[in-house]
Design a protein around this ligand. Sequence first.
Ligand SMILES: [Zn+2]
Length: 239
Amino acid sequence: MEETVDKAFLRQRILAAAAALAMLFGAVWFAGAMAPETEAVTLLCETSCLVIDPGHGGLDGGAIAYNGVKESDLNLDIGMKLRDLAAFYGVETRMTRQDDTARTTAEDYSEHEDLEYRAKLAGETDNAVLISIHQNTFPTSQPSGAQVLYGPDSESRKLGELTHRNLIQALQPENRRVAAPAPKELYLTAHAGCPVILVECGFLSNLSDLQLLCDAQYQRSLAVVLLASYLQYGAETIL
Ligand SMILES: [Zn+2]
């Protein structure tokens, strides 16, 4: 009985931390004075690990913008900001890559093997929750906005819908896209074996999206929303 009360209390505190994060957005996100709800987050860390996958890398640049900006670089920028923010909050993380040279620069590089490695890393991590970071592109410049794709199970869907909703509320109120199941042929979401979402943060083929995605402040805001969503999901699900 008492344990139930404690869990409800902790859940509330984690949600409060997530709400505080969502409001921070910016210059103060790293301020030491803001360190939140450490005990509650510690408990979440003991039961879950956030696996961050900055999509592509090395030989595989992913989508390329008209001005040469590579999707792989933006994915890494956002992924590293998410990692740093998570560390600040005491959230345990693992990265599938932390630079532009790991694995994918090997001469015998194969995209399939690289994706297998990433899925295996998530699969081997106890109680992993996987967030894969990508950017979209389209042959014309009109489409814009973020979209979250989720893995085949109900937990992934829950995390995906929650994250998509948070992204829109916080950053893109005019965005009319909806969270959607990831196509079956997407290897990582199909094979991660844990709650998994693939976040398409925006379109490199859209000028205003591209400008935002290259902006360090906007990247930080994306990281804040992703971490807040992870905490919210953990509070609602894991505890
Ligand atoms: Zn991609």
